[in-house]
Ligand binder design. Sequence first.
Ligand SMILES: C[S@@+](CC[C@H](N)C(=O)[O-])C[C@H]1O[C@@H](n2cnc3c(N)ncnc32)[C@H](O)[C@@H]1O
Length: 224
Amino acid sequence: MNLGPDLWTNPTWEGAGPDYPAWRWKFVQPILPDVKNRTCLDIGCSSGFFSLKLKELGAKYVLGVDDGEQRNAIQQASFAASCLGLQVDFRHLSVYDVGSVGKSFDVVLFLGVFYHLRNPMLALDALRRVCTETLLIQTITTPHHQSQAQINAKHDDVDLHGQILNEPEFPLLRFVEGRLNGDPSCWFVPSVSAVTAMLRSAGFEVEEVVFPTSNEIIVRCRAI
Ligand SMILES: C[S@@+](CC[C@H](N)C(=O)[O-])C[C@H]1O[C@@H](n2cnc3c(N)ncnc32)[C@H](O)[C@@H]1O
């Protein structure tokens, strides 16, 4: 990220690419609600790019939390905030424990974290308890065809003995026992319909879905 005139963090790193956060932001910003004077929570904030964007856009209070494979996330994020002169509360905290903060949030970002979790439904339930308005979630998915039908398909009563459980549109979580493209920190790859069904089950209404690539989605949903 850019911390000052001609000052970029890790400009030559080949991981996600030097322009990675800006690329992701290009898809997130158009579906972000107005955060001016709102309270925001950024789960899995890593080095703080999205938390700092929320603050730049005028959020009243931003809490960025991280507790995962990025061991130095909170130190990096705090350093970036001090360079940019922005007040963001960065804490080492797991998504499962956000309730312990004792606050609720108008807008919650949950970008790039879902598939790193061993207990994804537990995390969505925890987020629903602290989110009062909007949740933005980004996750990798099984290959999809950007189909609206996958998003809306809801199965109220499933026949264990029928074919439905093997139908491609039925919500599906693939469990990754080993590594995913060399990454040992990923556990589930959900289908698009699994993401939207799990969000509904946790008490969110899907409002908008963006398909940046054929293996990922960003969903904006509303707490109901
Ligand atoms: C792929 S990075 C995504 C970073 C950033 N949100 C983005 O979209 O670019 C995943 C982040 O989630 C964090 N993480 C993993 N498990 C977590 C958990 N249980 N609670 C909070 N953060 C977690 C990791 O440490 C890492 O910083």
